[in-house]
Design a protein around this ligand. Structure first.
Ligand SMILES: C[S@@+](CC[C@H](N)C(=O)[O-])C[C@H]1O[C@@H](n2cnc3c(N)ncnc32)[C@H](O)[C@@H]1O
Length: 328
């Protein structure tokens, strides 16, 4: 590979990063919804409150990304993009692009200061909120596609005795979304990072759920709970391989017989960009980089049955679920 090849490769990567940033900005500014119908740059600019050249450049970036196309004198968004970003899932899509771009910027900024580190230690409320909103988006999928396969769990969550353990609760978004959908459910939310936990406490209070949700600073490795919960949310993608087997044993002990754990893994083999960047994120989050099949093995060793790996999602996550046997 020549110097010229290297420069070309770096320029291509830079163009891809600028395109991703422009698409994120367009989503932040509600550009896709304004491109539901063919729209000229002037109308787009006045609707979005942007200078005309910038509005046109954002629309062109959507075209370059394959998310919009040019029309006579304007642009129109891909119908699926408009439906996704302007529909009920829009806030989750926005949170995912926001969480990604802000974390990339923070990672690069830290590197320029000689302070690139691993571990989830963000203090920026926008990053913490976006990450939380993004993970709360998974509750819709859990309710629709996973809960029906978890024997008796829906009934337990609504029984008045139902209890949920949110490990690594962040700003409490997952807990709040689950409690909103199950009005009799009680929850314990564990979050050791002060900045995130304070936001979780505020969010729980604002939601009027302080009587049902208990936020604690306990780390999973220090949790002492025995048959207290029906469902545990475990963010394996934030727990390293040294911690995860022990955390699974702790969760197994904390579950009532017949209860379930839901976990996610970012571990992936391969040298393609998707696998490599999934591992990079897992490492930045001090999380697991081992393949989901190995995590499934740890689940079985911890005593879980009905271990199921779900299909890898576009963001690289492999959700998994497992059950504590009903009869110990
Ligand atoms: C980013 S969160 C996931 C977002 C969260 N579900 C929400 O709704 O905001 C994962 C969390 O795991 C926490 N965490 C990391 N190590 C942990 C441990 N050993 N025990 C408990 N939580 C931990 C991190 O502080 C981080 O906030």
């Amino acid at each position: 590979m020549s110097d010229g090849d290297v420069r070309e490769r770096l320029a291509a990567l830079s163009a891809a990063a600028w395109t991703a940033t422009a698409v994120g900005v367009a989503i932040e500014l509600g550009v896709p919804a304004r491109l539901r119908e063919p729209t000229g740059a002037e109308a787009l600019a006045s609707g979005a409150g942007l200078p005309v050249p910038l509005a046109a450049a954002l629309a062109e970036a959507l075209v370059a990304a394959g998310l919009a196309r040019r029309t006579d004198g304007g642009f129109v968004g891909a119908p699926a993009l408009v439906a996704l970003t302007d529909g009920p899932a829009g806030r989750y899509v926005q949170a995912e692009t926001r969480a990604g771009l802000l974390q990339m910027a923070a990672f690069f900024d830290a590197a320029t200061r000689g302070a690139a580190r691993t571990g989830w230690a963000h203090a920026d409320e926008r990053i913490l909120d976006a990450q939380g909103t993004m993970s709360a988006g998974a509750i819709e999928t859990l309710e629709r596609d996973v809960l029906p396969w978890m024997t008796g769990l829906g009934k337990r969550l609504d029984s008045g005795r139902g209890a949920f353990l949110d490990v690594g609760a962040g700003v409490g978004a997952v807990t709040l979304e689950l409690c909103r959908r199950h009005p009799a459910l009680r929850a314990v939310a564990l979050e050791p990072l002060d900045a995130a936990r304070h936001l979780a406490e505020r969010n729980v209070a604002d939601a009027g759920l302080a009587d049902r949700v208990h936020v604690r600073g306990t780390r999973i490795e220090d949790l002492d709970a025995h048959e207290e919960f029906d469902l545990v949310w475990l963010p394996g993608n934030f727990l390293g391989p040294d911690l995860l087997p022990g955390a699974l044993a702790t969760v197994h002990r904390a579950l009532r017989p017949g209860g379930y754990v839901v976990n996610a893994s970012l571990g992936s083999a391969g040298d393609d960009e998707g696998a490599v960047t999934a591992r990079l994120r897992a490492i930045l989050w001090a999380g697991d980089t081992v393949e989901p099949e190995r995590v499934a093995g740890w689940m079985k060793e911890a005593g879980f049955c009905e271990v199921v790996l779900m299909p890898r999602q576009p963001n690289g996550l492999v959700p998994m679920r497992a059950r504590k046997p009903s009869i110990a």
